[in-house]
Design a protein around this ligand. Structure first.
Ligand code: ZN
Length: 287
């Protein structure tokens, strides 16, 4: 296979190439029964959790990270311990969001860490320049986006549902990262598992709002749904990727997961597949 700009190779002790990693793709990792996805384009500890490897039961089985959806709080805490151990971050230094589908992004530092509701700022994105502080965002069909400027030491975790996406939450996140010293052209992004264009049925107001955000035609990111009058299938990850390009990120710095949460209901929580009877997964990043 020819090497391209998006590939990097790994060498064994004898100097032979042992495998080829496509840095634009996602990889599944397992540690102590916990399964999580990573994107090699992000050069910091990070992960997108799956349902596998937690202790919650019933509709929350098994690695549920939602505290406020009716699951046993002790089980959820244990899930955080397992996931953070698997990814290699300190369970006592995690900053979480209280998400409201808006476009507010908060800068967080050490004192913002904590699992309790009281310690969570009401926002849909977190950024930090603090090493060792893990940022989380939560999804169950919405698009999780992790951002990282390793060179300048700034990271972000952003919950991009369609409302936050069209309200330009990524613009707000990149601006806040730049205030902390990041440069758009050195930010890498991983757009994680989310409802795909195969399943994300929307009314016309959603693509219309996405076109207003981007200031251009959506083209292949949206198509009428066959046999469903007035309904469209939207590639929300593609909309967010295009927005990141407009904001100055390089195409070779943006990885996009190809996994659809609604098509993979055993691996991921999907709000639509479960009709709301669900836990949630998390995306985390730590400098
Ligand atoms: Zn799907």
């Amino acid at each position: 296979m020819p090497l391209t700009a998006s590939k990097c190779d790994a060498f064994g002790a004898d100097g032979n190439v042992i495998h080829l990693v496509d840095i634009m793709s996602f990889i599944e990792n397992r540690a102590n029964g916990v399964s999580f996805m990573t994107a090699p384009v992000i050069r910091a500890r990070h992960g997108f959790s799956t349902r596998y490897g937690g202790v919650s039961e019933g509709i929350f089985s098994s690695l549920n990270l939602a505290m406020s959806r009716g699951d046993d709080p002790d089980a959820v805490e244990e899930n955080y311990r397992r996931l953070t151990a698997a990814v290699g971050v300190d369970a006592g230094k995690i900053a979480l969001t209280r998400q409201v589908h808006g476009n507010n992004v908060r800068v967080v530092t050490g004192p913002d860490a904590g699992l309790s509701d009281a310690s969570r700022p009401e926002c849909d994105g977190l950024v930090t320049a603090e090493r060792g502080l893990a940022l989380f965002c939560f999804t169950a069909d919405c698009v999780p986006v992790l951002l990282c400027d390793t060179e300048n030491g700034v990271a972000g975790a952003v919950h991009c549902g369609w409302r936050s996406s069209v309200a330009d939450i990524l613009g707000a996140a990149v601006e806040k990262m730049e205030e902390l010293g990041a440069r758009a052209e050195s930010i890498c992004a991983a757009i994680g598992p989310a409802i795909g264009a195969c399943c994300f049925e929307v009314g016309p107001e959603v693509p219309e709002a996405a076109e207003r955000l981007l200031g251009e035609d959506l083209g292949k990111l949206c198509r009428p749904e066959p046999g469903r009058e007035g309904k469209f299938l939207l590639d929300l990850r593609g909309v967010n990727r295009r927005r990141l390009l407009q904001l100055g990120l390089r195409a070779e710095s943006i990885a996009v997961s190809d996994e659809c949460t609604m098509c993979l209901p055993e691996k991921y929580w999907s709000h639509r597949a479960t009709r709301g009877q669900r836990g949630c997964q998390g995306a985390l990043i730590c400098l």
